[in-house]
Design a binder for this molecule. Structure first.
Ligand SMILES: [Ca+2]
Length: 229
C-alpha cells in the first residue's frame, strides 16, 4: 500500500512541474524559486505519506477491534426443598372416656417427613387443664414392635417419661422446639417416617380433685431443617 501511494503521489507532483518542452530558460532567481518549490513539494510528499501511513495503521486497529467471541454456560437452576411434617393419625392418638386409677391406654403415632429435606423435630403437649394432666403418667417409646400394652412393656426405647401429659402453657415431651439441635430431638430423612408408641396410665392413687374431670391434650410436632442449623 505504501508503494502504491508513493507512485501515485509522484505522478501528481510531476504533472505540476513548471518545466515543459520548448519553454523559456529559467533565471537564477527562477531556479532558486524552483528549488524552494521542490523542497516544499518533498516536504508535502513526506507529510502526505506520513498521513497515508498513519491512516493505514488506524484502519488495521479498527479491523482488529471487530473480533468478538461469546460462550454461554446454561442450566444454572436452583430449587428450594420442602420441609413438611405430618402424622398418622392426625388426631386422637390416645383417648379414654373412663380411665380409672391403675388403668392404661396405648396409641400408635406415625411421624412422617413428607418433604424433601432432612428434618429434626420435637414434641410439645398443651392440655386444657393442669390437675388431671399432671396426674396422668405419659410414656413415649420408639421401636416398639407392636403398639399394645404388652408390646409396649416388652419392647422399644423410652424417649419420654413417665411424666405429665402436658400443661396449659405447653410442655416439652420429646426434644426441644427451640431452634437448633438439642438433646432428645428426633431426626428424619426426607420421605422417611417413624412410629412412636404412647402409653398413658393413671396411678392407683389420684388426687381427689382430679375426679370427674376431663383434660384434652394437643401434641405439636415442631420440625426444623437440619442443614445449616
Ligand atoms: Ca430443636
Amino acid at each position: 500500500m505504501g508503494d502504491f501511494g508513493e507512485s501515485e503521489l509522484a505522478m501528481n507532483i510531476t504533472s505540476r512541474s513548471p518545466q515543459a518542452a520548448g519553454a523559456t530558460p529559467v533565471t537564477s532567481a527562477d531556479a532558486a524559486a524552483g528549488s524552494a518549490d521542490r523542497h516544499s513539494l518533498r516536504r508535502l510528499r513526506r507529510s502526505i505519506l506520513v498521513t497515508l501511513l498513519s491512516g493505514a495503521s488506524v484502519s488495521v486497529l479498527v479491523v482488529s477491534a471487530l473480533y468478538t467471541d461469546t460462550t454461554s454456560i446454561p442450566t444454572n437452576t436452583f430449587s428450594i426443598g420442602t420441609l413438611d411434617i405430618s402424622s398418622t393419625p392426625t388426631s386422637a392418638v390416645l383417648t379414654s372416656s373412663s380411665l380409672r386409677p391403675g388403668g392404661t391406654v396405648v396409641g400408635s403415632l406415625q411421624v412422617n417427613n413428607a418433604g424433601s429435606l432432612t428434618l429434626r423435630y420435637a414434641i410439645r403437649s398443651t392440655t386444657t387443664e393442669n390437675v388431671l394432666a399432671a396426674a396422668i403418667d405419659l410414656t413415649v417409646k420408639s421401636g416398639v414392635t407392636s403398639c399394645t400394652t404388652s408390646g409396649f412393656a416388652s419392647t422399644g426405647t423410652v424417649i419420654y417419661g413417665p411424666g405429665d401429659l402436658g400443661s396449659t402453657t405447653g410442655m416439652a415431651l420429646v426434644g426441644s422446639s427451640v431452634q437448633g439441635a438439642q438433646a432428645g430431638d428426633r431426626t428424619l430423612a426426607g420421605g422417611a417416617n417413624e412410629t412412636l408408641c404412647l402409653q398413658a396410665s393413671l396411678p392407683t392413687y389420684v388426687n381427689p380433685t382430679a375426679q370427674n374431670t376431663t383434660t384434652t391434650a394437643t401434641f405439636d410436632l415442631v420440625a426444623e431443617q437440619t442443614a445449616n442449623n
